[in-house]
Ligand binder design. Structure first.
Ligand code: ADP
Length: 550
């Protein structure tokens, strides 16, 4: 028996139309470096998105599922592109401006991008790539930046000014009726090994994921809130926040290119966002800043922190500043929000704290399982450690294989029975909270036992004189692998490595304590600011690290 319900496709078009009408007055505020930020209502941004769609179709000839790329910071124009491109049936391809040039070229060619919308300030990055981007026919430049760089850039592409292009266009568009399963947006994972992998989000997956982002058990944000969107729009749809905002009227504060700790602290003090979203590295930097130049961060009722494990010491430090960090886990392949750590009701402060330290609870829509090394599915007992696998309507089933090619389903990422293999290792509690101990490739296999690099890092970063600590596996003749700890000390620190090891011994079993240590000035980071453990292992292998036996 079929249902009697209407079969309305879940599309980005509906999110755009809802937000600009029902939440017309909600605002996108973009930090521009000028004394006053740029402020734009959802109504204005929505109308400008519609004008952009008209311009892309009528002036640039964008049709069907052609890819329109963005090389942009977080700003109002980027939100306009987010809404316009999928709504007209084309595919939004957010280019990661932190990638090395050769990877950007590979990705833009693989996606066969036809148009690139670029912030003027990013022209120095784009211009040298242009001779290698044969599919790009149009470049649309938005915001301040030196246009003369485009002269003699070695491209046949036509150049447009964003504002001129959208001026005088109609503020209505005869939107196509789209299949909710059609491609809406795409994003490549950074690809630390092999070529980058393209994840293609559907209208349906974006819609359902955004509804989940809005849930109280998730980010739970409303039209009364303002969120500081530090997580880049080129990184997995800025964790779904712009779409969720157009659903709920949530105001957005966009930091543009002002991502350094000092301007971020100023933005928070002046604009008083109630929520923010970013990876731990950003919060570490901001903490160091406000400890030396105090700022009022107390407007932040909730801060979504994820992308890598949040050290407990960081949560404690922000608790003291009156801002509450809430741990989340996800990945590009999961759209990205997979879990969020809101403790259940009725707990003692200690119990509540232990729940806050987990990666969080699975929402309806993300179904998990823990798979042991032998392929057996393990119980949810908070003890049985294995690889996390997930499935659900906003979880990737494959990678983009290239235009006209079959999707890719590598065995190490997709199981035969329809689960995504996350590459993360951890446990699940009986009530559905995830605790990660490692990534499959980072776990330290010592004498047949597993040592969690994350547990060692968290314990080290709890030391008041430690600014950062990253632990990796290095080869060992007796135990196969042992941990190597690389540590960045705070300025003026007086502790030595023996002191650090003794401190670690207070909470970590003796057999897990590293005997190889290295004091470094900085932990190498990936292009999106996570600890780059591959780089540390390479530095160790090449003898570049000053390693001391303790
Ligand atoms: P990349 O794979 O390039 O790092 P992703 O953003 O897709 O890009 O990274 C997803 C991975 O980040 C997850 O598989 C997990 O290993 C890690 N991660 C994300 N959130 C957390 C978290 N809260 N704690 C620990 N690791 C996390």
């Amino acid at each position: 028996m079929l249902s009697t319900m209407q079969d309305i496709p879940l599309t980005v078009t509906r999110i755009l139309e809802h937000g600009m009408r029902v939440h017309a007055k909600s605002q996108i505020t973009t930090w521009t470096g000028a004394p006053e930020p740029d402020r734009r209502s959802f109504r204005e941004a929505g109308e400008r998105a519609i004008r952009l769609a008209n311009a892309l179709r009528d002036e640039l000839g964008v049709e069907g599922d052609q890819r329109v790329a963005t090389l942009m910071w977080n700003n109002a124009e980027h939100v306009e592109a987010y809404l316009a491109i999928p709504s007209m049936g084309a595919v939004l391809h957010t280019l990661n401006l932190r990638l090395p040039p050769e990877q950007l070229v590979w990705i833009a060619n693989h996606a066969a991008d036809r148009v690139v919308i670029v912030n003027g300030s990013l022209l120095p990055l784009l211009v040298p790539l242009l001779p290698h981007l044969p599919t790009v026919e149009h470049i649309v430049v938005s915001g301040p930046g030196d246009r003369s760089l485009l002269a003699g850039a070695g491209t046949e592409a036509r150049i447009h000014e964003y504002e001129e292009l959208i001026a005088d266009r109609p503020t209505t568009f005869d939107w196509p009726e789209l299949d909710e399963r059609a491609a809406a947006a795409m994003c490549y994972t950074s690809g630390t090994t092999g070529d980058p992998k393209g994840v293609v989000f559907s209208h349906r997956s974006i819609y359902l994921h955004s509804m989940q982002v809005c849930m109280t058990e998730s980010m739970g944000l409303t039209g009364k809130d303002t969120t500081l969107v530090v997580v880049p729009q080129f990184h997995v749809n800025a964790w779904g926040i712009p779409h969720a905002a157009f659903m709920t009227g949530l105001n957005m504060l966009m930091p543009e290119r002002f991502l350094q700790p000092a301007p971020l602290a100023e933005m928070i003090e002046r604009e008083k966002p109630t929520h923010a979203a970013a990876i731990p590295t950003i919060w570490q930097g901001l903490l160091a800043e406000v400890l030396t130049n105090p700022r009022d961060l107390t407007s932040l009722k909730q801060v979504t922190i994820g992308g890598s494990a949040c050290p407990p010491a960081l949560m404690e430090a922000y608790d003291k500043l009156g801002a509450r960090l809430c741990h989340a886990w996800g990945m590009t392949e999961t759209s990205p929000l997979g879990t969020m750590a809101h403790p259940p009701a009725g707990l003692s402060p200690e119990e509540e704290w232990s729940y806050r330290l987990t990666q969080g609870r699975f929402p309806a829509g993300v179904e998990p399982r823990i798979v042991g090394p032998g392929g057996d599915v393990l119980p949810w007992d908070n003890e049985s450690v294995g690889e996390l696998q997930v499935r659900g309507p906003w979880i990737a089933a494959a990678y983009f294989g290239g235009v006209g090619q079959e999707p890719l389903r590598p065995d190490d990422k997709f199981s035969d029975d329809g689960w995504l293999k996350t590459g993360d290792v951890g446990v699940i509690s009986h009530d559905g909270f995830l605790t990660l101990t490692d990534r499959v490739k980072d776990v330290i296999k010592s004498g047949g036992e597993w040592i969690s690099s994350i547990a060692l890092e968290n314990a080290l970063m709890a030391h008041p004189e430690v600014a950062e600590a990253a632990v990796v596996a290095v080869p060992d003749p007796k135990w196969d692998e042992r941990p190597l700890a690389t540590v960045v000390l705070r300025e003026g620190a007086t502790t030595d490595l023996a002191g650090l090891k003794a401190f670690l011994g207070e909470t970590i079993a003796k057999w897990q304590l590293p005997e190889r240590w290295s004091l470094v000035r900085e932990v190498p980071k990936t292009n999106i600011g996570k600890f780059d453990k591959r780089a540390i292992r390479r530095q160790y292998g090449d003898g570049e690290l000053d390693v001391v036996e303790v």
